[in-house]
Design a protein around this ligand. Structure first.
Ligand code: PLP
Length: 409
């Protein structure tokens, strides 16, 4: 009989969102007339930018004509999109990359989850806590995380707590880590790192031969000038960092699926006998074998995001969500709550009042205000005592939810 990858058996169930769904269902059954407002979702709600829709319609029409039909494309992405990415996302920030360093994909979840394929299982991994769960779970699947302990931590992962006490700035690890995942602007806390703080991480990685896996899925939400959009704005990062990007939250592509990963030629990892090998070549090899490219239609849609109309329309989209975030932040502060994030990110990380637990405050918001949030404890032990609210809802829902809280909290 075939045997199982035992590491999958040690994974915790997807407890967080199942538990939220159960509590919401239970509440709805008991209060059928309640007008629930969901501020827990991490999915966008606005339609796609017109420029992307039209580009995809045109591409679909091309696929229906013998003269313009396309079959399999390059696994790494079409040249037109890789060039648009370089010119649109990096050149204006003074970052020089070559198209061969860009790998187009079906999104940052796949890439952050799959990247471990090319990394040894003996690497010690560092994760900020709270954290986007894909980093922890994908390392556990690969056998890199050790045993799951009763406190919800994995025995072989080094946790870097991010709380109000350290202004959500992770301290450099005291023990050696080989790989560290950083996500800025951060999901779930909505906080960012300044240039100086990110430089500390790059310097650490260079000094310790560590690899930074930098998730910049929310960079388009950055509003303040001192916050880096890309890790490659930081000196030395080309030698130690891989960057993940996504069109999901930038251009509403959560259902279309497109993202990309930057793997600079200089980043290297070592073999068991101490030789250095290029990560770019390994990722290219992995993608060419296991991935058959993002659809042509999708890539044309992503390319259109960089056109003048695409930029204006995505700017409006992000402005809409950030308008929500701004309103939520100021109203929550007026309610006397401690609020983080929401300035350079669509997430607000709210300290629960009076020492109330994450789940307890979740229940209170549901019961008293008919508002659904996400308990911070679901993102890691340091998330206990916080809840996450997202700005991805409609403006009407956002205004109504804040009015309810202002009246009742
Ligand atoms: N990275 C972070 C930090 C996220 O929060 C998300 C989605 O919520 C993703 C990656 C996934 O992005 P994609 O839709 O491109 O797979």
């Amino acid at each position: 009989m075939a045997s199982v990858n035992e590491h999958f058996l040690s994974l915790p169930g997807n407890y967080l969102f199942r538990e939220i769904a159960q509590r919401v269902e239970h509440f709805k059954a008991a209060h059928p007339g309640a007008q629930l407002i969901r501020l827990g979702i991490g999915d966008v709600t606005r339609p796609l930018p017109r420029a992307a829709v039209e580009a995809m319609q045109k591409a679909a029409a091309e696929m229906g004509e013998a003269s313009t039909f396309r079959g399999y494309g390059p696994e790494q992405g079409y040249g037109f999109l890789r060039r648009a990415i370089l010119e649109g996302d990096f050149a204006p920030r003074g970052i020089g990359l070559s198209p061969d360093e860009i790998f187009v994909s079906d999104g940052a979840k796949s890439d952050t989850g799959n990247f471990g394929d090319i990394l040894g299982t003996d690497n010690r991994v560092g994760l900020t806590d709270p954290v986007y769960p894909v980093y922890a779970d994908s390392n556990a699947m690969a056998g890199r995380a050790g045993e799951l302990q009763p406190d919800g931590r994995w025995s072989r992962i080094t946790y870097l707590p991010c709380t109000a006490e350290n202004q959500f700035i992770p301290a450099l690890p005291r023990e050696r880590v080989d790989i560290v995942y950083l996500c800025y602007p951060n999901n779930p806390t909505g906080t960012t790192l300044s240039r100086t703080e990110l430089q500390r991480w790059v310097d650490y990685a260079l000094a310790h031969d560590a690899l930074i896996l930098y998730d910049a899925a929310y960079e388009a939400y950055i509003r303040e000038p001192d916050v880096p959009h890309s890790i490659y704005e930081i000196e030395g990062a080309r030698r130690c960092a891989v960057e993940f990007r996504s069109f999901s939250k930038t251009a509403g592509f959560t259902g279309v699926r497109c993202g990309y990963t930057v793997v600079p030629e200089e980043v290297e990892v070592s073999t068991a006998d101490g030789k250095r090998v290029s990560l770019n070549h390994l990722w290219n090899r992995r993608q060419s074998t296991k991935f058959n490219g993002t659809s042509y239609i999708t890539q044309r849609g992503a390319e259109a995001v960089y056109s003048p109309e695409g930029r204006r329309q995505t700017g409006e989209l992000i402005g809409y969500y950030m308008g929500n975030a701004h309103h939520m932040r100021s109203e929550l502060l007026r309610c006397g709550l401690e609020v983080y994030g929401g300035t350079n990110a669509p997430y607000l990380w709210v300290k629960t009042p009076d020492g109330c637990g994450s789940w307890e405050f979740f229940d209170r918001l549901l019961r008293d205000f008919h508002i659904v949030c996400t308990p911070g404890a679901g993102f890691g032990p340091s998330g206990e005592g916080y809840v996450r609210l997202t700005a991805f809802g409609t403006r009407e829902d956002c205004l109504e939810a804040m009015a309810r809280l202002r009246k009742g909290l």
